[in-house]
Design a protein around this ligand. Structure first.
Ligand SMILES: [Zn+2]
Length: 238
């Protein structure tokens, strides 16, 4: 299931002076119907990386995903988002197993049921690494900090309030505890959202638009500014 959730890979190629996005290279160009079999180097397809990460393979990261469903299926740009923090998965010998997906990292998150420690459910997330250069010494204590922080009374189920004491408050308070420990300046919610979250959700929205259009029509076309002066019409080999 997780594999399916990551979505089908996208590719991009150029033809007819357009950038064409699709799930695979078609035999014929969908615009001019010419054979795509032999093409010039600059028309060679490239794969497009998707903006999602399996959150269970990320350590010391802030994660975002839709509260309901997944980005690719249900997210509409305004859907509620749920956020969490990943641990390091403790022992470093486990890292290889974790990278290969055999051991799931834990995603800590706060809901009306208190702090959750999820081993599944964050396979299609947007990830923001929290450890900046110079902070890697923190890694050894990260899991202890996260666990201690999560067991304080502030995050008991009855304290939960949808608008003011929610998953966002939990993650941001934790991030600020870490920043304080490191003698760094704290972030307020607006600043964090503007600087880290919005650029990623904007990228995700663009990708989703592209992906869904391809699901409906089979391809998605945009003008290719690089192609304005090259290849005259009909010059493609076929
Ligand atoms: Zn064409």
């Amino acid at each position: 299931m997780q594999q399916v959730e990551a979505g089908k890979p996208l590719i991009k190629f150029t033809h007819c002076k357009k950038r064409i996005y699709s799930f695979r290279v078609p035999r014929c160009c969908p615009l001019c119907q010419q054979d795509m079999g032999s093409r010039k180097l600059e028309e060679a397809p490239v794969s497009i990386s998707h903006p999602f990460t399996n959150g269970h393979q990320e350590k010391c990261s802030f994660l975002l995903r839709p509260t309901q469903g997944t980005f690719l299926r249900e997210y509409d740009g305004r859907s509620d988002l749920h956020v969490g923090i990943t641990n390091t998965n403790g022992a470093f010998p486990l890292q290889l197993l974790r990278d290969s997906g055999l051991v799931a990292g834990v995603v800590y998150n706060y809901t009306a049921h208190g702090v959750q420690r999820d081993e599944t459910g964050w396979e299609q997330s947007v990830s923001i690494p929290l450890l900046q250069p110079g902070m890697f010494g923190l890694m050894d204590q990260w899991d202890k900090y996260l666990e201690d922080f999560s067991t304080t009374g502030a995050w008991l189920p009855h304290r939960y309030e949808e608008d003011h004491h929610n998953c966002y408050s939990y993650t941001l308070t934790f991030i600020n505890c870490i920043l304080t420990t490191e003698g760094r300046e704290q972030l307020d919610k607006a600043e964090f959202t503007e600087k880290y979250v919005v650029p990623r959700t904007r990228k995700v929205s663009k990708y989703i638009t592209l992906y869904r259009a391809i699901e409906v029509r089979g391809f998605y076309v945009v003008d290719d500014p690089d192609q304005e002066t090259s290849s005259a019409p009909g010059s493609a080999l076929c």
